[in-house]
Write a protein that binds this ligand. Structure first.
Ligand code: ACO
Length: 315
């Protein structure tokens, strides 16, 4: 099956069928998926930190229970995604080492701080809202294990998005101080959420870009700018319902395009955060490394248990 030109792979892609781990695939397809799935998995587990930071300070038992469940969901997403990456022949220990050494990325968004309770609302509403917009098309990704992992992830993300919206909804019906807190959180999270979709498709800030190849392979189904526009179009009416003002004076309905126009994104900030110069980059990685080191005994115990189990089965 592993013939030159990967005919079976090309036929699968042409027919819009799923590529499975047993199938022959070009090396670049494999390495693109490992890069994207690893970055995605790392984002899920680093993404536990900004909200995890608020578990001890959630304003009620109900809010605390929801937040714990949500942060645990993110850990679960990381696990499905590391498992999906492993079907491509990499080891999750190796991927985690690369994260800890700064050799693989995680989403820019998680390098911003959670300053008030309202930030948990803004993260659910905007960050998880952006994540869903990006991830629903990944349920149709050409690589089977990744696409299947995305189905459950998206269902859970939509619960996360609603709980964030509901936090802000409650604050916006509260005291003037609570309304101001919600508005401040929306002001700080709006632009970084738009950056989550990645660099623009064209212009001076366009990256060398993986989009064209990833779309040809059916990994990405939409370009970064198309998804960003869909997100803006979905979110503006929600902001109006909440009574929040999005911090963009250029936000305007464009009748001709049938979309919301929005102002320029500060791509210098995005590239700075990617290079490690965001408010929380150092803290996020230090915390992750510490958690990894402190969890070493659990991994050792699990390995010893598995070896004992295998030995007793072989006997
Ligand atoms: N944060 C950090 N890095 C980013 C981001 C971002 N928001 N957006 C793009 N990049 C990086 C890309 O990884 C790539 O870097 P590399 O060449 O060193 O690997 C570079 O910027 C250029 O970007 P693209 O050519 O657009 O890269 P790609 O085709 O991989 O598209 C995207 C980026 C849209 C994020 C894609 O990888 C994707 O859909 N990933 C899955 C979703 C995901 O990772 N979500 C994580 C956040 S959501 C959450 O966890 C709640």
């Amino acid at each position: 099956r592993a013939q030159a030109g990967h005919p079976s792979f090309d036929a699968l892609i042409a027919a819009d069928l799923r590529v499975e781990p047993r199938d022959d695939m070009p090396e670049e397809y494999r390495s693109t998926l490992i890069r994207q799935i690893a970055q995605h998995a790392h984002s899920e587990i680093i993404g536990m930190q900004p909200e995890g930071n608020w578990i001890t300070r959630a304003p009620s038992l109900r809010r605390k229970a929801i937040l714990i469940a949500k942060v645990q969901d993110e850990a679960g997403h990381g696990l499905y995604l590391y498992s999906a990456a492993e079907t491509l022949g990499v080891d999750r220990a190796e991927l985690l080492d690369k994260l800890h050494e700064g050799k693989q990325k995680y989403s820019s968004i998680f390098n911003y701080p959670t300053l008030t309770w309202a930030d948990n609302g803004a993260i659910g509403w905007l960050v998880d809202g952006a994540a869903i917009m990006n991830q629903v098309p990944l349920c149709r990704c050409s690589y089977g294990p990744y696409s299947r992992a995305m189905i459950r992830v998206c269902k859970e993300e939509s619960f996360h998005q609603r709980q964030g919206f509901e936090i802000l909804w409650t604050l916006m019906r509260g005291t003037p101080e609570q309304q101001a807190m919600a508005q401040d959180a929306a002001n700080r999270w709006w632009w970084p959420s738009l950056m989550m979709f990645g660099p623009p498709d064209s212009g001076q800030d366009a990256s060398k870009g993986h989009t064209a190849q990833s779309m040809a392979w059916g990994i990405k189904r939409f370009s970064n700018d198309d998804l960003r526009q869909k997100f803006v179009d979905m979110t503006v009416p929600q902001a109006q319902r909440l009574g929040l003002t999005l911090p963009d004076p250029d936000l305007k309905w464009n009748e001709e395009r049938g979309h919301w126009d929005f102002g320029p994104i500060d791509w210098d900030e995005f590239w700075r955060v990617l290079k490690g110069d965001g408010a929380c980059n150092a803290e996020r990685i230090a915390h992750r490394r510490r958690a990894h080191d402190e969890g070493a005994w659990v991994r050792e115990a699990a390995t010893a248990y598995a070896a004992k189990h295998d030995a007793s089965r072989a006997a």
